[in-house]
Write a protein that binds this ligand. Structure first.
Ligand SMILES: Nc1ncnc2c1ncn2[C@@H]1O[C@H](COP(=O)(O)OP(=O)(O)O)[C@@H](O)[C@H]1O
Ligand SMILES: [Mg+2]
Length: 248
């Protein structure tokens, strides 16, 4: 199976959750081809604060001006991506490669001007390199910094990692997509995990503001990938548990 895992920055920063993840990932890679796509929202915010910059979000998406973009590139493509590659190598994974969505024009988007340098709609995904590396048994660790098209030129964009998951899952025809986050799944108004969530219910939860902030881009990305034929998607805090599974 081709499995895409979205690894939240919140898991990366939590020692127990991260150790649990890496152990279960090892088992998963014995029988499957796996791609890791990571975020790093809290790490970007914490570095922004160290630099006296103020993080700003609009419906779960980070407003990205010039200074913010420099931090996003440094923290996501640099610090987090390379630390993840190193942790995986140390754990015993043999072939691990870190990439951003800039490299080989992996993901090209248009730009959400009101958010600054934020990639919005996916225009193009170059799966050539990924397929080549996949076939050569690499475990890929991909950061969500890509290219945006502006006046026929490319600019670097901050793409919400959930949107990168959509782009790659739909173009690679992933068999399964796992969103690993800090919550056990999507929570209802009583904070109970919703075990099965239909696409129709997603809109209701957003309209009723039961789903807010970072869960909005996640569920929007999931709706988009279902439209493109990806049909096995879960949101969980633990690779060994199902959490919420999304159904048509
Ligand atoms: N109904 C909901 N169920 C679960 N999480 C929710 C819900 N509504 C909002 N959230 C928020 O969404 C967050 C997950 O999104 P985000 O912060 O972007 O993390 P990630 O790194 O996984 O993308 C949760 O930590 C939670 O605060
Ligand atoms: Mg998020």
């Amino acid at each position: 199976m081709k499995i895409i895992i979205k690894l939240s920055g919140k898991i990366i920063d939590n020692k127990d959750a991260f150790n649990n993840f890496i152990g279960k990932l090892k088992k998963l890679t014995l029988r499957n081809k796996v791609i890791l796509i990571h975020g790093g929202g809290i790490q970007v915010s914490s570095w922004m604060e160290k630099l006296s910059l103020k993080p700003k979000f609009v419906e779960g998406l980070r407003f990205t001006d010039d200074d913010t973009l420099e931090v996003v590139i440094s923290v996501l493509c640099g610090l987090i991506n390379k630390k993840l590659v190193y942790e995986l190598i140390n754990y015993g994974f043999k072939k691990v490669l870190g990439l951003s969505c800039i490299d080989d024009k992996l993901v090209v988007t248009d730009i959400d001007e009101k958010l600054g340098y934020v990639g919005k709609n996916v225009l193009n995904v170059n799966t050539n390199l990924i397929n080549f590396l996949f076939n050569n048994k690499y475990l890929l660790v991909i950061s969500s910094v890509g290219l945006g098209k502006k006046d026929n030129k490319f600019v670097i964009t901050n793409i919400n990692a959930d949107n990168v998951v959509y782009a790659l899952a739909s173009h690679l025809k992933a068999d399964k997509v796992i969103f690993l986050t800090d919550k056990e799944g999507v929570l209802d108004e009583d904070n109970k995990v919703i075990r099965k969530l239909s696409l129709k219910e997603i809109d209701e939860l957003i309209a009723k503001k039961i789903v807010t902030e970072g869960m909005i881009p996640k569920l929007s990305a999931i709706k988009d990938m279902f439209k493109r034929g990806v049909s096995q998607v879960i949101i969980t805090s633990d690779l060994g548990k199902v959490g919420t599974s999304i159904v048509k």
